[in-house]
Design a binder for this molecule. Structure first.
Ligand SMILES: [Mg+2]
Length: 272
């Protein structure tokens, strides 16, 4: 069901006018909107105003397998770049060619087997499906009350063992252990640095999210952000705790309609 987006622009030599970096579940995709009206309203705006000179990036916690599944279920545009598995995998356009430079960075100090060994002490950590276990990501489900005990304990164990690993808890149920250098924010910062070195830094960047694993996106230097109207408590309380909120817009609309709202709020649609 996926439709053509802007895959051509990713290899272009010019700076994108706008780079939208969006989470998928409950941000770009509204699972409570069967006719996909909100997603279609974003797609329509993107194709008419932006796809010719801007760059669309999806950044999802989903593995490549579950990302492809979502593309079959929902009328998602084909992005120039897809960042999957919580910022551990970067692939370009339709070719799905992986960014090898990023893989090398994630390898540094990462010992997957040792991390797996340490997690075995915690029976409350339930491994997610095999498709979600990736070279630089190990994923579990765990209840919130249990996570409050396990997260600090495991973090201390990683430090003690000098393992370059970090924990991201999201959606009140998903616990991901990633290579220390990974994450949605780090992956975006890597891409922005790369574009800058190639002389094609985007003129504006808008990051879009709804949950805890999106927090890093708003912390990347120089970006604007939108927190969609249906955001989870963990993201809203992060926002409330920030002294400097000017670069982040809290949309009232749900999901992709909130992204459209933010594009208008920041006047990105009139800066051509
Ligand atoms: Mg989400």
């Amino acid at each position: 069901m996926a439709t053509e987006g802007n895959a051509a622009n990713v290899t272009g030599k010019v700076s994108p006018r706008l780079m939208v970096v969006s989470d998928l579940d409950n941000t770009m995709v509204d699972h409570h909107d069967p006719p996909n009206e909100r997603l279609q309203s974003f797609n329509k705006l993107w194709e008419s105003e932006f796809s010719h000179d801007s760059l669309l990036v999806f950044s999802t916690g989903r593995s490549p397998v579950l990302y492809e599944q979502l593309r079959k279920e929902k009328p998602l545009l084909t992005p120039g770049i897809a960042i999957t598995s919580v910022g551990t995998e970067i692939v370009y356009g339709d070719t799905l060619q992986a960014d090898k430079g990023w893989e090398e960075i994630l390898d540094q100090g990462w010992d997957r087997n040792k991390v797996v060994e340490l997690t075995k002490k915690y029976p409350t950590l339930k491994l997610q499906a095999d498709t979600e276990q990736r070279p630089h990501k190990i994923s579990f489900h765990i209840e919130k009350s249990e996570a409050q005990k396990v997260v600090p304990d495991l973090t201390a164990a990683f430090e003690r063992e000098k393992l370059a690993a970090k924990i991201i808890y999201s959606g009140g149920y998903d616990l991901d252990i990633l290579s220390q250098a990974a994450g949605k924010g780090r992956a975006l910062a890597y891409l922005l640095k790369k574009f800058k070195s190639e002389g094609r830094a985007p003129k504006n960047v808008l990051v879009c999210g709804d949950s805890g694993n999106d927090i890093e996106l708003y912390e990347v230097e120089g970006v604007n952000g939108v927190i969609v109207g249906n955001a989870m408590e963990e993201l809203v309380s992060w926002y409330d705790s920030q002294a400097d909120k000017g670069h982040v817009f809290r949309a009232t609309q749900r999901c992709a309609a909130g992204i459209v709202e933010a594009i208008k709020h920041f006047k990105f649609d009139s800066s051509s």
